[in-house]
Design a protein around this ligand. Structure first.
Ligand code: GDP
Ligand code: MG
Length: 140
């Protein structure tokens, strides 16, 4: 295993319900370290760029509107095997399929409003981190 960094978003359904700290406690209990964090309001253009891979999907418009509906918290998480580990801590995309004790099982409202984003590969993690953080904002 290697020390990795992954990109995380605490989504609008969670920030709206004052769950930033609750989500962070799942992250830290799993042994991941929050090495960068800021609360921001996404623009429509930023949300469309971030989720460009899904632009042909029927839920794309709804996803973009949701992501700009409230502030979000963007983070860089560091730890052994961080990319796969955080996907595990989040649970399945649809909370109905998420394992017990995961963020999405415990907090998500629906398949769309599912509280958390985590990068799906080390390559995408680097791309996503660079979209939101300058190197000197990440302090490991
Ligand atoms: P993730 O990697 O687990 O976040 O899932 P995906 O990359 O497949 O989808 C990205 C995001 O799009 C999800 O986290 C959801 O917020 C949203 N999403 C995925 N599938 C659906 C869907 O069927 N309906 C809606 N409304 N949103 C969806
Ligand atoms: Mg994904």
């Amino acid at each position: 295993m290697a020390l990795e960094r992954t990109f995380s978003i605490i989504k609008p359904d969670a920030t709206r319900r004052n769950l930033t700290g609750a989500v962070n406690s799942y992250i830290e209990k799993a042994g991941l370290r929050i090495v960068a964090q800021k609360r921001i309001q996404l623009t429509k253009a930023q949300a469309e760029t971030f989720y460009a891979v899904h632009k042909e999907r029927p839920f794309f418009g709804e996803l973009v509107e949701f992501m700009i509906s409230e502030p979000i918290v963007v983070q860089v998480l560091e730890g052994e095997n961080a990319v796969a580990k955080y996907r595990e801590v989040m649970g399945a995309t649809n909370p109905a399929n998420a394992a017990e004790g995961t963020i999405r099982k415990d907090f998500a409202l629906s398949v769309g409003e599912n509280s958390a984003h985590g990068s799906d590969s080390l390559e995408n993690a680097a791309i996503e981190i660079a979209q939101f953080f300058a190197g000197n904002e990440i302090v490991g």
